[in-house]
Design a protein around this ligand. Structure first.
Ligand code: 5GP
Length: 252
């Protein structure tokens, strides 16, 4: 196979130049990091599960008219995506208090919020992705007012889609993070959902038991991360119901 050009390596993924202009190959690693990479491990099978789960969520979003970067899955660990300019923000949508919001505002984890709350963090590892306001975003030119309107609309549509999907398999979508990219179509800019949507970037709790099925299992040492992610994948029909995975057996 021809040697590929690596464009970027992050904590959980590697990006390579794609086969055609305007495309990128996104490779999912097994590396898990938390607390701005102060806690690290390699979790066998995580990349394979996240590749399949992100494919599943992004395909569904594309089908209901929420544009994403996803084009097609290439193999167990790679997917072909559209190249885009990533807006340097992490967009967080919260339905129930948890994590940093619970700490910051003293709200008990699991408390239902009066409505979905959208937060913005500046994407900067050295600074630990600090929370910012729309004032910062406008003043520093990270996104225009039109971008912010579109980002809010995309974030809430992703929230509705993901909440409903998860509810259907007995899981509560507590919160999630997405990233948004800009593409140009006939010279017109358009915003699309980029990066990944997976249990690495969502909080997912079993509706009945409250069991955590997301990266908090790793962050808080609550058990096996692959068992948790496999459970999500099994419930969604992404892996066979009977599979008990360390090395996941995947449909397709
Ligand atoms: P919190 O602000 O409570 O730490 O995170 C809120 C939500 O956004 C959680 O679902 C968390 O997993 C996700 N999130 C926040 N920052 C990051 C990040 O840098 N990477 C990933 N993968 N998810 C994040």
């Amino acid at each position: 196979m021809a040697r590929r050009n690596k464009i970027y390596e992050g904590k959980a993924k590697i990006l390579y130049e794609g086969p055609e202009p305007g495309t990128i190959v996104q490779y999912f690693k097994d590396d898990a990091t938390a607390f701005n990479a102060q806690k690290k491990d390699v979790i066998e099978g995580k990349g394979v599960l996240n590749n399949r789960l992100s494919e599943f969520f992004m395909t569904g979003l594309n089908q209901i008219g929420v544009p994403t970067h996803f084009i097609r899955r290439l193999n167990m660990r790679e997917q072909l995506v559209r190249a885009c300019e990533i807006i340097p923000l992490e967009i967080i949508v919260r339905n129930f208090a948890a994590g940093s919001m619970s700490k910051r505002l003293g709200i008990e984890e699991g408390t239902q919020l009066p409505r979905p709350i959208v937060e913005y963090c500046f994407k900067n590892d050295e600074l630990g992705d600090p929370l910012v306001t729309e004032e910062h975003i406008a003043a520093f030119g990270w996104a225009s007012q039109q971008d912010m309107d579109d980002i809010l609309s995309l974030a809430l549509r992703v929230n509705d889609y993901m909440s409903g999907l998860m509810y259907g398999v007995g899981i509560k979508l507590i919160d999630f993070k997405i990233e948004i990219g800009r593409v140009y179509e006939n010279d017109y800019p358009r915003l699309i959902v980029a990066d990944e949507i997976s249990p690495d970037s969502c909080r997912l709790w079993d509706i009945e038991t409250g069991q955590k099925l997301d990266k908090d299992v790793f962050r808080r040492d609550l058990g096996s991360l692959t068992d948790a992610y496999s459970e999500v994948a099994r419930r969604l029909g992404v892996i066979p119901k009977t599979s008990n995975v360390v090395k996941p057996t995947l449909i397709n």
